[in-house]
Design a protein around this ligand. Structure first.
Ligand code: ADP
Length: 374
């Protein structure tokens, strides 16, 4: 039985474990939170920091393969683990590149991947781009935190950052692509994300995206070219912008399973999680085709509330035909935190839309404040 380690114990790790069971892998997880979604599910759960090189090295001492479910890990730790003869995927150099949005954007542009005009900026330097522009913190942002649209110079956060020209987005797309240890590459069909108007969290997304076959092919080809160029092993989730004037730009990518890929679990022949393991183990990659119209609706923590979540509408959700639920087992809800998701299948886009609306009308989450978080 192969012993694999996962850095990070969140919901992505939890779903990686579900898929790992089918391949009879023995999974060990490192996370700083003892009540994270993987605790109690992994074969072995270690409480510790994924950002500490020493703790990563100690954790990986008895695994044969190390992977991750988030990029914010110690690259130094990954390098040391690799130097000790353990297979590490994605490679430390890829993780290092992805960790910094400035470095990532510079790399895409230099490698010839379509990028908005951009500038690495620090306070005091002249701004070379027209307003409005998009300002991005170099590190640590997620779900839109650390990103702002800026209309005037005095609204810029006074920090080193990546500035990008605003592109006229018609659709936000994501293509999950896998590259196996043997070099085989396969992209899933593009997923189309629809965002919350203010919180910048995906509200729902659907597969297949509504795109012409030519644009669909171009999006998949870009993602495959990126995975090849980066020599990624495992998954690469590539976020793309499709603009009102018909262009595709690469926004950013992540070398791991991705929230936008959950819909593959039910709507595609192979799930992103199974595909990640197949890729890491050098097994043949699975068919990525869509067999139904599918959607994902995130179940998010309600605004302004902190505490233990519960889901009083579970019964109603599951009454909608074609719907299944995945609860992440998070002990604490915070505003807009991802607590779970619903997957919906349908036989036509219109039916899918109806079902999305039916569950979105009753996405209630109850939060019981507890003493520590009230
Ligand atoms: P995060 O890592 O938090 O998801 P992103 O870099 O994806 O941050 O940016 C968050 C959102 O900001 C995107 O989903 C998109 O809506 C918008 N955005 C980012 N870059 C641009 C851009 N160059 N032009 C227009 N909108 C952008």
């Amino acid at each position: 039985m192969l012993r694999v380690g996962i850095l990070g114990g969140g919901q992505l790790g939890r779903m990686l474990i579900q898929a790992a069971i089918d391949l009879d892998l023995r999974v060990k997880v490192l996370d700083s939170s003892p009540d994270s979604p993987c605790a109690g599910i992994a074969h072995e759960f270690v409480v510790g920091s994924v950002r500490s090189p020493e703790e990563v090295v100690r954790f990986a001492a008895d695994v044969q393969l190390l992977t991750l479910e988030l990029e914010a890990v110690s690259v130094e730790g990954l390098r040391q683990v690799e130097a000790q003869g353990v297979r590490v995927a994605p490679a430390p150099s890829v993780v290092e590149l992805i960790q910094d949005k400035g470095r990532q954007r510079t790399w895409y542009a230099q490698a010839g991947f379509p990028s908005p005009r951009f500038q690495l900026w620090q306070p005091g330097e002249p701004i070379e781009l027209p307003f409005p522009l998009i300002q991005k913190a170099l590190q640590g942002g997620y779900d839109g935190r650390g990103v702002q649209r800026v209309t005037r110079p005095d609204a810029l956060w006074p920090q080193r950052s990546l500035l990008e020209a605003e592109v006229p987005i018609a659709k936000e797309l994501s293509v999950i692509v896998a590259r196996s240890a043997r070099g085989e590459i396969k992209a899933f069909p593009a997923v189309e994300a629809v965002f919350h108007p203010t919180a910048h969290v995906v509200e729902y997304l659907r597969i297949p995206a509504e795109l012409s076959p030519a644009v669909e092919r171009e999006a998949q080809a870009l993602a495959e070219a990126l995975a090849e160029r980066l020599q990624v092993v495992g998954l690469l989730a590539v976020e793309l912008f499709y603009t009102t004037d018909g262009r595709l730009y690469i926004n950013e990518s992540a070398p791991r399973p991705h929230n936008t890929g959950h819909v593959t679990v039910k709507a595609c022949w192979t799930s992103q999680f199974e595909q990640h393991w197949r890729a890491l183990l050098g097994l043949p990659l699975g068919e990525t085709r869509v067999h139904s119209f599918g959607a994902l609706v995130n179940i998010l923590g309600p605004a302004g509330q902190y505490g233990r979540p519960s889901f009083p509408k579970l019964h109603q959700w599951l009454q909608v035909p074609g719907t299944s639920v995945h609860l992440y087992g998070k002990a604490k809800s915070t505003p807009f935190r991802k607590l779970g998701h619903l997957l919906l299948l349908a036989e036509s886009p219109a039916q899918l839309h109806e079902r999305i609306e039916a569950v979105r009308a009753q996405l209630e989450v109850q939060v019981v404040p507890n003493e520590r978080t009230a």
